[in-house]
Design a protein around this ligand. Structure first.
Ligand code: MTE
Length: 297
């Protein structure tokens, strides 16, 4: 079925084809999966260019400037890679990346990413729903949260040789947030293998939350009973909460969250109103029914 004389680029638009390694790892079934699901989850807004998405990054393990990750993430070894899945699960273990990639069909999802610093982008990710992985490993009753950790390897991550954050970078979601169909484990963008500065080889993407929840280069996923410690909340809990839902009505103590600057807006760098839950309210508002989001920020 994989004819040598046809290149993937001949039969599918670039944004839809997956990289070879992912195809081999995930098997042909992935490509046959209906794409109808994804349609409802993707935005039709103008996508940022590959150059914009890969040259304006926050990945503090590689430095504080937006251009540091593109400059120094190249040194990161992403093969071999494994993900430890542990805690309250039926099948804990050290999973090789190739096995992790088989846990769910890889789809294209075009999501807005809204950074807490009040800029945003539109990014065409390739990845699979975290819910598929959680169902494969079996979540035990009693698990209420999912904790994530980034790789700790100071020899390849110069930022980790400095103390501006408490390494390794840690994030967490409530179990219902983690199981939500919008929540993605991204393994590529624009049909290419995930660039290192964007969190290769596998990162979380939670589009209705501020970008800092979308932890990069994940090496550990733990199912836990209690709300886990997270890097930014621990660093400054007044400024960064556990929930971190995009919310134009709750200001960051040092700046408003009412508007955002769309990266690549040309000369005028277009500023636009920020939308509650980054525009994903129809899908996720019910998760927070009865919660006071100015308290649970
Ligand atoms: N993950 C790790 N491990 N380290 C980081 O510094 N930065 C976060 C998030 N994930 C970060 C991280 C922040 S603040 C944002 S806005 C997004 O990654 C940026 O993702 P992008 O560079 O792919 O746009």
């Amino acid at each position: 079925m994989f004819r040598n004389d046809l290149k993937w680029s001949d039969v599918t638009p670039k944004a839809q084809f997956l990289n070879r390694r992912q195809i081999m790892a995930a098997g042909a079934a992935t490509l046959m999966a209906p794409r109808a699901f994804a349609a409802g989850y993707s935005t039709s807004e103008k996508q940022n260019t590959f150059e914009e998405i890969t040259n304006y990054n926050n990945f503090y393990e590689f430095g504080l400037d937006k251009t540091d990750p593109a400059r120094s993430a190249g040194a990161l070894t992403v093969d071999p890679w494994s993900v430890q899945i542990d805690g309250l699960v039926d099948r804990p273990g050290m999973y090789d990346l190739a096995d992790v990639l088989k846990m769910g069909p890889i789809e294209e999802r075009i999501y807005r990413l809204r950074c807490v610093e009040a800029w945003s982008m539109v990014i065409p990710w390739n990845g699979f729903q975290l819910s598929h992985l959680l169902n494969k490993v079996g979540v035990k009753s009693g698990a209420r949260y999912v904790a994530f950790q980034t790789l700790q390897r100071p020899s390849e991550m110069p930022g980790q040789r400095q103390g501006f954050l408490d390494w390794p970078y840690r994030e967490g979601l409530r179990l219902d947030e983690a199981m939500h169909p919008l929540t993605l484990m991204a393994t590529g963008l624009y049909g290419e293998e995930l660039p290192k500065q964007n969190g290769a080889p596998i990162r979380l993407v939670v589009p209705w939350k501020y970008g800092f929840k979308s932890i990069k280069s994940v090496v550990r996923i733990s199912l836990v009973a209690d709300q886990p410690d997270t890097t930014w909340k621990q660093t400054n809990h007044r400024e960064y909460g556990f929930y971190a839902n995009v919310n134009p009505t709750v200001s960051h103590p040092r700046w408003s969250q009412a508007t955002e600057r769309r990266i690549g807006g040309g000369l005028f760098n277009s500023r636009q109103d920020t939308i509650m839950f980054n525009g994903y309210g129809d899908q996720v508002a019910s998760l927070y029914a009865g919660q006071d989001l100015s308290r649970d920020y």
